[in-house]
Ligand binder design. Structure first.
Ligand code: SAJ
Length: 406
């Protein structure tokens, strides 16, 4: 039997996937609201394919609970925030999860950490907790790091098809864990050491962050000299060994905008390109703001009440607003200006910013300038409704007359 701890964006799909593929699973979360919603069949976030998966998992007897029970295997998928000033990982929730597991687990239990952690976290923060309990790692407790790699928006597909990394102290433990993941994962499952698994995960997200930063820097260079950055990237990418990502209004989400900081925080003075990339990506919401001001001047617009922001989430077709470039941009705006802007996001049902509306029609009325911050499918399908407006398209999704790009 497997306990999955933390039923958020990663833990829930993982628990459902394991249960749907015949494993006996207890999904555990300390938040009674989350557990009660799941017990009533309500999924707390939108994700393609998750409703079907939920049904299969329920049919196979998945259980949701706030308590942690005695099982042979535990998968930890709790959040790993970073400290705002030092930018270092704060493993507080992982530590709390391990402590609660150690209260109940049988001897010989396996604890698999899926949460993203900075390289060395298991050595520095997790092993000592186990040792201080008088337990022998490799005998009483088996430890592993199997970082998740799935992309929000396509999680169910990627859980099945992505390759996985499993870091352990001993290959035989890795092999045993591999059989659990192989129940649903059709990708290559690679065994390695714990530290390499920790590092690899952070490196993957850092690589993407640097690539996006390069695209964003190119956008700024092209803007100063009147070149089309999208055309430049499109042509450059026709080279067989070039693959530049797309510029945008900034890098959000809880992964790519966070993980590179772990390397910057732990290796100051060495993580130079990584730090520069973070700074470039973090500067993009301000760049969008400057573009907005200059487009308003060019178009003779001065009333911020007639400017609307489309998209509050960190990227298209998800409901997650963590570290969202739009929210970062609102923070940068003077306190009297940000509440004036009308905003709308089809995926954000609750009011999270002052002048937020809840339908495309309400959003589009009485606006002169629309800033597209997220290219949700909804706006792509309704592009003709934007005809006649001035548009700042930060995602290169709008090709109407009167559209300005980054
Ligand atoms: N973005 C751009 N330009 C691009 C691609 C993305 O500006 O060309 C922006 C997005 O709009 C968004 C941010 O970057 O604001 C991050 O989005 P994303 O789609 O690149 O990635 P995430 O954060 O949703 O998921 C990433 C994935 N990592 C990699 O692709 C290396 C995913 O596989 C990881 O599992 C996930 O982080 C995670 O949980 O770590």
């Amino acid at each position: 039997m497997i306990t999955v701890l933390g039923l958020g964006y990663i833990g829930l799909p993982t628990a459902l996937m394991l249960a749907a593929h015949g494993q006996r699973v207890i999904g555990s979360d300390h938040d009674p609201k989350v557990v009660s919603a799941l017990n009533q069949g309500k999924i707390p976030f939108e994700e393609k394919g998750i409703a079907d998966l939920f049904q299969q998992a329920q049919a196979n007897g998945i259980v949701f609970s706030t308590s942690i029970q005695k099982t042979e295997t535990y998968i930890v998928a709790v959040p790993t925030p970073f400290l705002k000033v030092s930018k270092k990982l704060d493993p507080v929730y992982v530590i709390a999860a391990i402590r609660s597991i150690l209260e109940v687990c049988p001897k010989g239990a396996t604890i698999i950490i899926e949460s993203t952690i900075a390289p060395g976290t298991i050595d520095k923060a997790i092993r000592p907790i186990i040792l201080e309990k008088g337990l022998v790692i490799g005998q009483d407790i088996h430890l592993a790091h199997a970082p998740e790699r799935i992309i929000p928006g396509n999680m169910v597909h990627e859980l099945i098809h992505n390759a996985r990394t499993i870091g352990t102290d001993r290959p035989n433990i890795g092999e045993a864990i591999k059989t659990i993941y192989a129940s649903f994962c059709q990708g290559n499952i690679v065994l390695t050491s714990i530290k390499t698994a920790e590092m690899t995960k952070v490196v993957e997200n850092t690589y993407r962050d640097i690539n996006i930063a390069f695209a964003n820097e190119l956008a700024k260079i092209c803007r100063t000299d009147d070149m089309d950055v999208y055309e430049v990237i499109k042509i450059a990418n026709m080279h067989p060994r070039v693959n530049i990502l797309q510029p945008g209004p900034g890098v959000g989400g809880h992964c790519i905008s966070v993980d590179p900081w772990f390397l910057v925080g732990d290796y100051p003075g060495l993580a130079n390109i990584i730090l520069a990339a973070r700074k470039i990506n973090d500067s993009m919401p301000e760049f969008v703001l400057e573009r907005t001001k200059s487009i308003m001047e060019q178009s003779g617009l001065s009333d911020y009440k007639r400017v609307g922001v489309y998209g509050l989430t960190y990227k298209e077709n998800v409901d997650d607003t963590r570290e969202s470039p739009t929210l970062q941009m609102f923070e940068l705006m003077s306190s009297h200006l940000a509440p004036v802007l009308k905003s709308y996001d089809p995926y954000v049902k609750k009011d999270i910013v002052p002048n937020q509306v809840h339908s495309l029609e309400a959003f589009l009325s009485d606006l002169d300038l629309i800033i597209i911050m997220v290219g949700h499918d909804e706006i792509l399908k309704n592009m003709d409704k934007l005809k006649g407006k001035t548009i700042l398209d930060t995602r290169n999704v709008c090709f109407l007359e009167g559209t300005y790009k980054l």
